[in-house]
Design a protein. Sequence first.
Length: 339
Amino acid sequence: MDGEPRLVKTSPPTTRVTTSVCLAANYLRAGGVVALPTETVYGLGADAMNAKAVRAIFRAKGRPSDNPLIVHLTDMALVDRVARRIPASAEKLMAAFFPGPLTVIVPNHRDLPLEVTAGLDTVGIRCPGHPVAAAFLTACGTPVAAPSANRSGRPSPTSWSAVVEEMDGRIPCILKGGAARVGLESTVVDCTTARPLVLRQGGVTVEALREVIPSIRLVSAATSGDEPARSPGMKYRHYAPKPTVVLVENAAEIPKHRSGVRWGFIGCTDEGIRAKPDRACLVPEVPTYAQKLFHFFRVCERAGVQVIYCQKVPERGLGRALMDRLQRAASDHPTHSAT
């Protein structure tokens, strides 16, 4: 993403926006909810050991209570507070990808509030690879439960200004930390099964995971949408902007629109396009596409765009995760589905 997207609100935020890690940590330790930057997207954090604080996350997001949260930490000594044990597969993945855009699902500690786990016997653990997030989590001195900092079902925010658009007045503090480098949420791997299971594809590719654990498998081949969600992003429609999202193989598939219909396009090439879109974002490669997608959704919303055409990409590497987000944002995607 090229620089920090500007704040588009016409009035100053009512939520405190700060670059002070210590000030933001004070809000969290006092039981407040704080938006924090990570390399994937901005998160909405609260003390994971404080049930009342965690419930405030759900209120701010309008998030269903059966959707579990991921616990973030930098001090591995805190793992014992949230996990009952760490399976061998999780240890391998943590050694390879922590800190970074990976979440491992492990058996949860009995003292962890049910609000964090949605009543499950497991919990997701992540160690962000973002310097501001690391400093903030260290200053908090407690495990931090944090979903993405958007209202439920909306595109995840990749800048502090996008968090203001979503959460101004709903939370006490936003910690600024620049634009997200990855732009898609973390990969989630269930390590409680004999063969680890990728529940959500994200910033760490399946190919990279299989270099560490060759037997790792994908959730689409193993579970159905009727099962309890063991990871965020599995059960409900996500990432959808206000405009209708339509997926196309190439720009030549985009129909000619009648006068007055505003539309946008994002993709790797606009070859064959038959008219000039109201908003466009050409990306040279899949990582840039992933990084810019959610921001482009917001650009289109602000411009009054009614339809966003998104070019499909090959489902390999990061393209798997990108296509997952595109399919979930599309208007014809079912409300309940496994990835």
